[in-house]
Design a protein around this ligand. Structure first.
Ligand code: SF4
Length: 434
């Protein structure tokens, strides 16, 4: 595959109809055409959203069942991926097959970098293939004959070549951790939350990752760097102003071993920095679930991270009990955690603690959790109340353990992704205090 910075020109030796005779393919050959970096990124993000949807649907419905097929079909239509032979095929049909082809290879490069990522990618691609192969109906034999059922294993051998491309390597490295949801660095509620409300908001509307950080801060009057970053940016995202943030952290730290002068000297710079008031003045983005789950795991004495990913199952169970999670639901959550569906486990926690049947959103960000909870508690969001037979009880019996490694939400925000990464790297490079 060749990539150009500006060109959208395609070099093909044969028409699209010949290259893509079916809406499903074995991806035997990588694409050889030139594509723009914009296409590269948008194709990757769209496929990432699709694979995340495939994972979510695969955990909620029995594969190949009618509701499973219907939900998947809706997603494929929405994201414009091919899945069915039509009687009169148009240029558009071939264009989306081309997108399918190219996006598969981009994500293959991004997800070949570790065994864990490979397993997740293969699982979702397998489910995608299975659905589309079944949709071929009487064309199945033709498809098999066309492909001779011979294919070679390709894992990561293209990587060394790609790694030498300085434009693509950072993008590929971050893609498997990338957040493609709403940008929560734009705060709509700035100044609308008072510091007195925080304890009550933590109990009602914080996701477990932030609740655990808040409790540790109140108990110990201190958080280490990873915790301050994760919690501080979350607080900024829910609407704390810089002045409130400084007051909040200072009032807590001086109850412990830090005197006011030491706080001003050692900690306030980092807080101002995270609000874009120091250093390169990057307005840091609150961390997404993906970033919390996949990077900087907590060590002894740390409270950051995702409790569904980083807590021992017995400890997680105790935490859930202490948060008054209904006991019937705790085992469902632990099952999801066992299958490495951390974000789905968190969605289940949301359902149980808000007494609703279905969250109605795909969780990808702690600030999203907070906003949805506040909407629900203020009555501004319609939700299905808990019924006697929750829909998620149809969870696939045959589902394989997979990692919930990607995210999905309303619109791709590549700027948010890059600001997030750049910002973090800049802050870490400027040093910090424990
Ligand atoms: Fe926080 Fe996301 Fe983990 Fe939920 S899944 S606890 S929001 S990091």
């Amino acid at each position: 595959m060749q990539f150009s910075r500006n060109s959208n020109r395609r070099l093909r030796c044969s028409p699209l109809a010949e290259i893509y005779p079916f809406p499903v393919q074995f991806y035997e050959q990588p694409p050889t055409e030139n594509i723009s970096l914009q296409d590269f990124e948008s194709f990757a993000v769209e496929r990432l959203k699709l694979l995340k949807s495939i994972e979510t649907i695969g955990v909620s419905y029995i594969r190949a069942s009618e509701p499973y097929n219907k939900k998947l079909e809706i997603e494929l239509r929405k994201l414009k991926f091919p899945y069915r032979v039509s009687s009169e095929e148009k240029l558009d049909d071939y264009e989306i097959r081309r997108k399918d082809h190219i996006s598969h290879f981009i994500l293959r490069l991004a997800y070949c970098q570790s065994e864990e990522l490979r397993r997740w990618f293969i699982q979702q691609e397998l489910d995608f293939f299975r659905f589309r192969f079944n949709e071929l109906l009487d064309k199945q034999q033709e498809f098999l004959k066309h492909n001779k059922l011979e294919y070679q294993t390709i894992a990561s051998r293209s990587l060394p070549v790609i790694q030498s491309d300085e434009r693509l390597q950072p993008l590929l490295n971050h893609l498997s951790h990338a957040y493609v949801g709403q940008d929560y660095s734009v705060q709509k509620n700035v100044g609308k939350i008072s510091l007195e409300q925080i304890d009550s908001l933590a109990a009602k509307s914080y996701p477990p990752c932030m609740r655990q950080l808040h409790k540790a801060l109140r108990d110990n009057h201190h958080l280490r760097h990873g915790g301050r970053m994760q919690y501080g940016l979350f607080l900024k995202g829910i609407g704390l102003t810089l002045e409130q943030a400084l007051q909040f952290w200072k009032s807590e730290f001086i109850k412990g071993k830090v005197d006011p002068d030491k706080f001003d000297k050692l900690y306030s710079y980092n807080i101002r920095h995270s609000f874009g008031k120091e250093g390169k003045r990057v307005d840091y983005t609150p961390f997404s679930c993906m970033k919390i789950i996949m990077s900087n795991p907590p060590s002894q004495g740390d409270y950051h991270g995702c409790p569904f990913r980083h807590s021992d199952p017995e400890l997680l169970k105790q935490k859930l009990q202490s948060y008054k999670t209904p006991s019937a639901g705790i085992s469902q959550i632990l099952d999801l955690v066992k299958g490495m569906h951390y974000q789905l486990a968190c969605q289940k926690y949301f359902e149980l603690t808000h007494n609703i049947d279905e969250v109605g959103f795909s969780l990808s960000h702690p600030n999203q959790y907070f906003i949805e909870s506040q909407k629900f508690l203020s009555g501004s969001r319609d939700v299905k109340k808990e019924s006697s037979q929750p829909e998620n009880s149809q969870r696939s019996q045959g589902s394989q353990p997979t990692r919930s490694t990607s995210t999905c939400a309303s619109k791709p925000t590549s700027q948010a992704v890059s600001a997030d990464m750049e910002g973090l790297e800049e802050l870490l490079s400027e040093g910090y205090t424990e």
